[in-house]
Every structure is written in structure tokens, then in C-alpha cells.
Design a protein around this ligand. Sequence first.
Ligand SMILES: Nc1ncnc2c1ncn2[C@@H]1O[C@H](COP(=O)(O)OP(=O)(O)OP(=O)(O)O)[C@@H](O)[C@H]1O
Ligand SMILES: [Mg+2]
Length: 285
Amino acid sequence: MDIIFKNVSYTYQVGSPFETTALDDVSLEINGGQVTAIIGHTGSGKSTLLRHLNALSIPTAGELKIGDLVITPKSKEKEVSALRKNIGVVFQFPEAQLFEQTVEKDIMFGPKNFGVSVEEAKKIAREVILAVGLDESYLEKSPFDLSGGEKRRVAIAGVLAMEPKLLVLDEPTAGLDPRGQREVMEMFMRLHKEKGIGIIMVTHNMDDVANYADTVVAMSQARVLFHDETINLIEREEELRTHSLELPFTLKFYKELKEMGMPIYEPRLSIEGLAREIKGVVENG
Ligand SMILES: Nc1ncnc2c1ncn2[C@@H]1O[C@H](COP(=O)(O)OP(=O)(O)OP(=O)(O)O)[C@@H](O)[C@H]1O
Ligand SMILES: [Mg+2]
């Protein structure tokens, strides 16, 4: 499901004293099979961009294409709601939306709403609880008795239960400890690789960008600054700094080595890749 924004603008609370343009003439093409990171300073419009992907917000101007569906300011809720079957959105702190008595019921809620039988929904709940790295015993627990990280996983399981083709994630690891962050990100990457689910994620963590994203969309003040392959960030350090953003650690380190005169050949995004480059220089030089 590829996504094309054509001159999309979005304004909150039109005509009120709180009127805010959160997207300003955004044109953007996202390959729905890849992992795309969206970065930008607070208030730059990242979450608003995501809200358009499952039609929680409809453009105030311009046009948005998601797969075959065209969304314009005239689109009606009824026409666009089918999107929500294919696009799973994990908002910031999704655990706040858990509400059923048991984890199983919470996970079954979405599929049942889309007409899946109780039996089938139970089967799906078993599959997705395992997919998020918890065992079946969790299904009988109350979501409110779980740790923060466990709640996050249950909320994500509820999104996976809809069998989305595309996952849209708004700071999916915010508030988790470093280990929880890594586990949740690796879970998403496993789903991406094994099931071919595309991922669009907002993150403030540039190392997650380096480790996981194929391309990066940078936003500033309701506009898209650039959309580029992750490795090309190396050419954009100044630009990033101007907008209170920075390079991922591996690219920063590569530049330092280069500036110190080390004859290192290629920049690498992963720690392992960078270490291999350095080893090559040490052994050959
Ligand atoms: N419901 C709303 N009513 C009015 N203005 C809003 C509303 N929601 C967001 N805004 C404004 O729209 C702009 C973009 O907000 P958005 O939440 O998309 O930013 P963001 O990039 O996700 O920020 P953050 O990194 O803090 O999550 C901000 O100026 C924000 O104050
Ligand atoms: Mg946000």
C-alpha cells in the first residue's frame, strides 16, 4: 500500500482563536513495503501526518492516496473507514486505551467489530499474544495487572489482531526502558521481515532510525524538509542541526574518524557494520 500526499494541508480548529496549520502543502511519496521513519522537532506535524493515514484527520486541502483509495477534503467518514482494516495504528502510549477485563477480550475487540466470529477471534488472540513475545497465560490476565512494557505489548497485539498490511507507529518505544525499547523494535522488525508488513514510525531516537529505517522523512514547522535514504543523512548534518535534530551515533562516529584522518572507506548505519569497517582499516593499514 503505497502512500502519496499531494499538496496536503491540514488546519486544526479552523476559524477559532486556536487555529493551527499542522501540515502545510505536504507532498510526499512513501513506499508502503519499506520501513520509513518520520523525525522532527516537537510540534512539527508528525502525529498529524500519521492521523491522515487511517483517516482520523481528513486533509483540509490537497489530496491523499493510500493504496487505491483517494482521500480529499470532501471524503466522508463512511468512504474512508475501510482503511482501518488494513492500516494498524499504534498511537503514543497505546496502553491507555486498554479497557476490557481480560487481555484476551481486549485483543478480540477489534476483529469482532469487523465481523470475525468469536472462535476465530480467540484463535487470532493466541497467535498475536505470541507474536508480541508474551505467552498464552497472559490472555486470562487483567490488562491492568501488567507492567508498563507488558501493557504496551498487549495494546500492540490488539492492533496486530486486525492483520494490517501497514503498521503506523507513533513513538512506539517512548517511556520503555532500554531493553524494552529494543525488544519492541525487534518485534516490529520481525513482523516486517516475516510477514512483509510495511512500517511508518515517528521516532525521536536517531539510533532507531539508523538501525531500522530504509528512508527518513524530516519535518519542520508543518512542512517536509526532506525524504531521503537513511544512509544519506551523512550529507545532512548541518541541515539536521538547524532543525534541532542530529545524526545517528554511527554516522557521527564515522565522521569523527574521517576528520581525524582515518582512511575509513564507507559510512555504516549499524554498530556491527561500522566496527567491521574499522577492523578493515586497522588490518590493512
Ligand atoms: N487538537 C488540536 N487542536 C489544535 N492544535 C493542535 C491539535 N493537535 C495538534 N495541534 C497543533 O498542531 C501542531 C502539530 O502537532 P503534532 O501533534 O502533529 O506535532 P508532533 O510533531 O507530533 O509533535 P510531538 O513530537 O510533540 O509529538 C502543533 O502546533 C500542535 O500544537
Ligand atoms: Mg506527536
